[in-house]
Design a protein around this ligand. Structure first.
Ligand SMILES: [Zn+2]
Length: 286
């Protein structure tokens, strides 16, 4: 059953723009890392509940032995590892400059925060775009990234299904780039809030429509095509949050209809390990 248009078109903009306004308000009052954590958990809850009410594919709501694996990937690659890498990078800055910030100002700190955030997103998307594109075209990198594309279905927890080495490379395309540009910590925290909201919705099993916002965000309608088993979709829509670089480099793909749910994955994924340890080792197996 098709959900009401207001839910199909309204849920994502409400969660994204409402969530950002709320996060900015909260960030002036409580610690930014706490705001990022609460925003991530709240979005996960909203997406997980909405998946029951308005699924893209009802069959994708049934676990396929993937939940524990996806949970462990999320906990290790996106919570523990990113905290460790962030602490190491801050320590390196402190060792170099005597403080965990760069001693130069390249950032338009006077701009209104939404513009600063948009600029930070667009800048960090460029190295991410190329890393992600190479992940699909350089065989050694694809072996790492195949973990993400081995998902047998798409649902909210796929957002964290990344091999730690894949997640580690992604980390260096984003936060260090912003920190080296002197982006204020509050804007970096807002960047993380966008990433959490967008990533969870991008992989969510939700029958959403973005309309013209599909030319701004790299959201689920486009990202499901990125997960295509064959055809041009699998070599398109590399954007993490924004679709601007795909647009510029000619890899935005929107055929105007949905991908069939059984058309995601990659050739040979039937024999790909499904357990966490097996997926950690998979890139190094023959
Ligand atoms: Zn990919």
């Amino acid at each position: 059953m098709t959900p009401p248009a207001i839910a199909r078109y309204g849920l994502f903009p409400l969660a994204m723009f409402g969530g950002l306004a709320l996060a900015w308000w909260a960030m002036q009052r409580i610690s930014p890392p706490l705001v990022v954590g609460v925003a991530s958990l709240a979005t996960a809850l909203v997406v997980a509940v909405a998946e029951r009410l308005m699924p893209f594919d009802p069959a994708w709501n049934h676990p396929r032995g993937d939940r524990l694996t996806d949970f462990l990937h999320t906990a290790v690659s996106f919570i523990a590892l990113s905290e460790v890498l962030r602490a190491v990078f801050l320590a390196a800055l402190a060792a170099l400059f005597g403080a965990a910030v760069v001693p130069w100002t390249l950032w338009p700190v006077d701009w209104p925060w939404p513009l600063q955030l948009l600029l930070a997103l667009a800048i960090a998307e460029l190295p991410y775009y190329w890393l992600h594109r190479w992940m699909h075209t350089v065989p050694a990198l694809w072996r790492l990234h195949a973990v993400h594309h081995s998902a047998p279905r798409m649902y909210w927890l796929n957002a964290g299904r990344f091999h730690p080495l894949d997640a580690g490379l992604i980390f260096f395309t984003q936060l260090p780039v912003l920190m080296l540009l002197g982006v204020p910590p509050a804007i970096i925290s807002m960047f993380l809030v966008v990433g959490a909201i967008h990533g969870l919705f991008q992989h969510g099993n939700l029958d959403l429509r973005l309309g013209p916002l599909n030319h701004l965000f790299a959201m689920a309608e486009l990202h499901r095509w990125h997960h295509a088993r064959r055809g041009p979709g699998g070599h398109s829509n590399y954007g993490g949050n924004l679709i601007c670089w795909d647009q510029l480099f000619g890899t935005r793909y929107d055929p105007g209809h949905d991908i069939p749910p059984d058309a995601i994955g990659f050739e040979g994924d039937e024999t790909y390990p499904t357990d966490y340890i097996g997926q950690l080792a998979a890139p190094f197996r023959r």
